[in-house]
Design a protein around this ligand. Structure first.
Ligand code: N01
Length: 487
């Protein structure tokens, strides 16, 4: 009997999901694993975002890999630098550094003669049996096309390109954008900047979860008794699964979260400011902002919320539609990301040379979040319509990585040379998914990065438990096209 064959596997991206995928493969005994990373370090979004006040909005003890629990989290919501350190540490512990090509940007992948040719920006071309895309969703900063921005005399930068050389203490700082990022920056800079102005196009609902510090004693207890971490993870998991139900179906849970946000808003004492901060859409329609300190920050005398639209920029500051000039030294663009690019701008060509841009002309889609018809042996992590709404991406990545591992094991057993979902299975899946979307809170009438260009949410419309069950069950062969070199 011949030994199982060993595939050559390319993982694209060394952020959270790429690290997760590569470790899942190594733990299963695979050795021919190459990670391509365009930058010089691990960490993905946690490497790129370094703005003041950055924390994860998912509790630390839940936003970590189940196979690498960290007993030493400093806070309930850990700061960004600590999370980057965690992922980098886990990657190193599992020996990923020796398998990662840093500074190697993949610019193309082409399916030729049953295998993938991966091309880097430096011109290297290598052949792989599997290509696993772990390129993240929030890594293409969206910068507004503001007239006059280039003429601004102060410093202006996107929140994901923070210029740490710019002094903020005592300066006049403007923050454009009121998403999770803008709220975290404003909450942190209030009291440090001399004057802080938040330019708000749309008000946000804010859930007031406090960010407590873990005492030395608690951390020592977690180190000594790992069962505490297991317990913490399990309890948080239960709470999140319960709350996620508020996102995907109307009912009392939605009312409960809404009530919490409304009660928080009532802590704003000035009626005019409270009115300005009151959203005109349902809580959670946009991604819910978590902050225990935001309303306190915007009620400070040195902080202002400006609701008149930003019209243009002049050398001395920002001019709003009401004609007022707001003098600034620093302008921070917390204006979000293009969440619909996924692996692009990589040029990907599948069967018969059909490109990803062609098949995604109407918007990104993937069969059951991980695979694409016409792109055999290519799998995605945190791909289109994954359950990302306020749920820990670490757990989604783990679940998808295990599913992808299952396919690779079957390849090793010689069941097929290439596998891809059929177009008809993908159509059926999307018909069900589209039918479920109107029930979700994201479709209740607001603009957000969750929405695709057809105005529909690009998220998983069911519970995370359903996604997990789908990933864990044996795939129905009728939904796939298998090929072998023998034909
Ligand atoms: O981006 P956003 P973000 N003129 O798209 C405004 C994750 N995250 O970086 O609402 C004026 O949510 C825009 O206004 P409007 C988290 O998943 C995670 O804040 O479109 N304003 C909005 O207020 C989050 O959801 C953590 O009207 C303009 C803001 O900019 C996701 O990242 C921490 C404008 C953009 O909000 C994105 O959050 C932080 C313009 N031309 C973020 N263009 C973690 O915990 C845009 N805006 C890991």
């Amino acid at each position: 009997m011949s030994a199982p064959r060993e595939p050559a596997i390319a993982v694209i991206g060394a952020g959270m999901s790429g690290i997760c995928m590569a470790i899942t493969l190594l733990r299963a005994g695979f050795r021919d694993v190459t990670i391509f990373e365009k930058s010089d370090r691990f960490g993905g979004t946690w490497r790129e975002n370094t703005y003041p006040g950055l924390t994860c909005d998912v509790p630390s003890r839940f936003y970590q890999f189940r196979f690498a629990k960290n007993p030493d989290w400093s806070r309930f919501f850990a700061p960004g630098a600590e999370i980057e350190e965690y992922f980098t540490g886990v990657a190193r512990e599992y020996g990923l550094a020796g398998r990662t090509r840093f500074g190697a940007e993949v610019c193309g992948a082409e399916f030729v003669d049953g295998r993938w040719t991966v091309t880097t920006a430096a011109g290297a071309r290598e052949r792989y049996d599997f290509v696993l895309c772990a390129t993240g969703i929030l890594h293409h900063p969206r910068t507004p096309d503001l007239p006059g921005l280039d003429d601004f005399a102060g410093a202006a930068f996107h929140s994901a390109r923070w210029d740490h050389g710019v002094e903020l203490t005592g300066k006049r700082v403007g923050v454009l954008g009121t998403g999770s990022t803008g709220v975290q920056i404003v909450s942190d800079l209030a009291g440090k900047a001399g004057r802080l102005i938040m330019f708000q196009r749309t008000a946000q609902w804010v859930a007031p979860l406090p960010n407590g510090r873990y005492s030395r004693l608690t951390r020592a207890a977690h180190r000594r008794f790992p069962v505490l971490d297991e317990l913490g993870y399990a309890v948080t998991h239960r709470i999140f699964e319960f709350l996620m139900g508020a996102l995907t179906a109307p009912g009392p849970r939605r009312k409960m979260v809404g009530g919490l946000c409304r009660a928080n808003l009532r802590t704003v004492r000035d009626p005019a400011l409270r009115a300005a901060l009151t959203p005109e859409y349902q809580p959670m329609c946009k991604r819910l902002v978590i902050s225990g300190g935001f309303y306190r920050a915007v009620q400070r005398p040195d902080v202002a919320v400006v609701t008149s639209a930003v019209d243009h920029v002049v050398p001395r500051g920002v001019v709003t539609a009401d004609g007022r000039v707001h003098d600034l030294d620093v302008l921070v663009l917390a204006t979000g990301f293009d969440a619909h690019a996924f692996m692009r701008p990589m040029g990907i060509a599948g069967v018969d040379g059909r490109t990803l841009d062609q098949v995604w002309a109407d918007g990104p889609r993937a069969f059951e979040t991980v695979a694409l018809p016409g792109f055999p042996n290519m799998f995605l992590l945190i791909g289109p319509h994954s359950p990302v709404g306020n749920y820990p991406l670490t757990l989604i990545a783990e679940t998808q990585a295990e599913h992808i591992l299952g396919w690779i094991r079957r390849w090793c057993a010689g069941e097929f040379d290439t596998v891809e979902p059929t177009e008809s299975a993908t159509e059926r899946y999307y018909a069900q998914l589209r039918a479920a979307l109107p029930e979700t809170v994201w479709a209740t009438g607001c603009q957000s990065w969750y929405l695709g260009k057809d105005g529909r949410p690009e998220l998983w419309p069911w519970t995370p438990a359903r996604h997990r069950a789908l990933m864990q069950r044996t795939p129905d062969p009728a939904n796939y096209r298998f090929a072998t070199a023998r034909g």
